[in-house]
Design a protein around this ligand. Structure first.
Ligand code: SF4
Ligand code: SF4
Length: 478
């Protein structure tokens, strides 16, 4: 028995031509788990933009905020500026590692239980079934002329779909501005045009993806199925049909008779329940499919059938391919190994990345100083016997507050700042103010005894917390 992933097929289900698959509703433990996770995910999604996080005066107090206007990303205590968007890249890489880890544990389980596309498609299907009936009624209705009653129900369905699309996909807009304020502004019509534009485009894409594209998103638009084919793991718990147990298919009655005569009979009664509940339109009995999102609904459907015909559950189940092969050879199955070297390595890679990002974040510089010596003239001899050198100092204040510094130089040097708008000042230590999130360039003239020749170190000390940064250059003689 060899493993072969069936590539996705552009299925034309039932009487619907190119329309989406109409899956039948199903009850069971995986369906219940999916509903619970749906509620949990949506709760987190709605609560997060309203969570507050104190950051100080003049700073946004939203825990998670993508401040596009100021090109800043806030994630609780993390605050990434435009030039630090690599943190966002790091988070995306971390998310990919988590996906790969989930894949090694249980295939496309993310797709089947947690992906937003799955979540809002489930809600759309719920509304569709409430208004137009389950799969059987919908297929029957397709063959009948359109009545006014059905037309109204269809219209209500699309209105409710749009409401769900606004409340799910559209609500993403709350992460891009102060959520309570934006919500009030959206309700009163006072929100900026860009907010309405974003809301409309997110709502429309959600409506189209969940209402019309549905399984085609998971099969053809998302890159994950192709990746899944490449990183497939025979030890991962994947939804699989126990062919060795299910075949030869026959009715429950025939199977009972056959068994009564000591003849072999498969457990599959060919009820087709596993096929009609599949939101992707797969017949898992044909073999593992790249398009399968591991949602477990066919497991629920088959378990119900097995209970009805008094056969053990698990003809279709979350099982490792290793065990399927063992069972088909008549060997005993072994418990799934969740802690395998691959899982440990992927987990460690994720932890190392997380630790590296945290370390970098906690040690990142919020203050920097760069010194550039004037090239021409390098040094000027004064009539007093002293020497003068000039430098450009570039001070970066990467905090969100204006910062006040004291600037000094090593040795017995006198500093003179000559910058537009600053006037000239002459002292051993100079006060410097740098606005929030800004780079300030200062022209600094250093005058001192020729003994100063050699290295000269400029020191900036922040008044608020005494934090110091230094940079060294040369003090030249003429
Ligand atoms: S084959 Fe089963 S697990 Fe896979 S997508 Fe269809 S219903 Fe879900
Ligand atoms: S639900 Fe189970 S018994 Fe029915 S067709 Fe599918 S595999 Fe066979």
């Amino acid at each position: 028995m060899t493993y072969q992933l069936i590539p996705p097929v552009n299925r034309k289900p039932d009487a619907l031509g190119d329309g989406p698959v109409i899956p039948q509703s199903v009850k069971g433990k995986y369906r219940t788990l999916k509903w619970r996770l749906l509620v949990l995910c949506l709760t987190i999604y709605y609560v997060l933009p309203f969570l507050r996080w104190t950051r100080g005066d003049g700073q946004p107090d939203q825990a998670i905020l993508f401040d596009l206007a100021n090109v800043r990303f806030y994630l609780f205590w993390i605050e990434a500026r435009a030039q630090e968007l690599y943190y966002l890249t790091g988070l995306l890489v971390l998310a990919t590692i988590i996906l790969v880890l989930l894949n090694a544990l249980a295939g496309r389980v993310w797709c089947g239980f947690l992906c937003p596309q799955t979540i809002w498609t489930d809600l759309f299907l719920l509304v569709e079934r409430k208004l137009e009936g389950d799969r059987r009624q919908q297929l029957l209705a397709l063959k009948q002329p359109l009545t006014l009653r059905r037309l109204i129900r269809r219209g209500v369905k699309h209105v409710l779909w749009l409401v769900i699309a606004t409340a799910t996909g559209g609500a993403l807009v709350l992460y891009f501005a102060d959520a309570p304020t934006l919500l009030a502004e959206l309700a009163t019509g006072d929100a900026p045009m860009i907010a309405y534009g974003m809301l409309a485009s997110l709502t429309f894409t959600t409506y189209a993806m969940a209402g019309f594209a549905r399984e085609k998103v998971c099969t053809f638009m998302c890159p994950w199925p192709r990746l899944q084919g490449a990183i497939w793991d025979p030890e991962a718990l994947t939804v699989t049909y126990r062919k060795h147990r299910g075949e030869q298919r026959m009715s429950a009655k025939k199977a009972e008779l056959a068994r009564g005569h000591g003849l072999p009979a498969g457990d599959c009664v060919d009820c087709n329940a596993c096929v009609v509940v599949c939101p992707i339109g797969i017949d898992i009995r044909e073999g593992p499919s790249i398009a399968c999102i591991n949602c477990g609904l066919c497991v629920d459907a088959c378990d119900t059938t097995m209970a009805r015909v008094h056969r053990p559950r698990g003809l279709i189940d979350f099982e490792t391919w290793t065990n399927i092969e063992r069972e088909s050879k008549g060997d005993r199955r072994t418990p799934a190994r969740l802690l395998r070297p691959k899982i440990i390595v992927i987990g460690l890679v994720g932890l190392v990345l997380l630790a590296a990002m945290s370390l970098h974040l906690s040690n990142r510089a919020t203050l920097s100083l760069l010194v550039i010596h004037d090239r021409n003239p390098v040094a000027v001899a004064l009539s007093t016997g002293e020497v003068r050198n000039a430098y450009e100092l570039r001070i970066t204040n990467a905090t969100t507050e204006e910062a006040r510094f004291n600037l000094t130089a090593s040795g017995n040097a006198r500093l003179q700042i000559s910058s537009p708008g600053l006037g000239e000042t002459d002292a051993a230590g100079l006060p410097v103010v740098v606005p929030a999130d800004a780079l300030r360039k200062l022209r600094v003239i250093v005058t001192g005894h020729p003994d100063l020749a050699g290295d000269i170190t400029f020191r900036l000390v922040r008044e608020a917390d005494g934090k110091e940064t230094a940079a060294t250059d040369r003090f030249h003689l003429p």
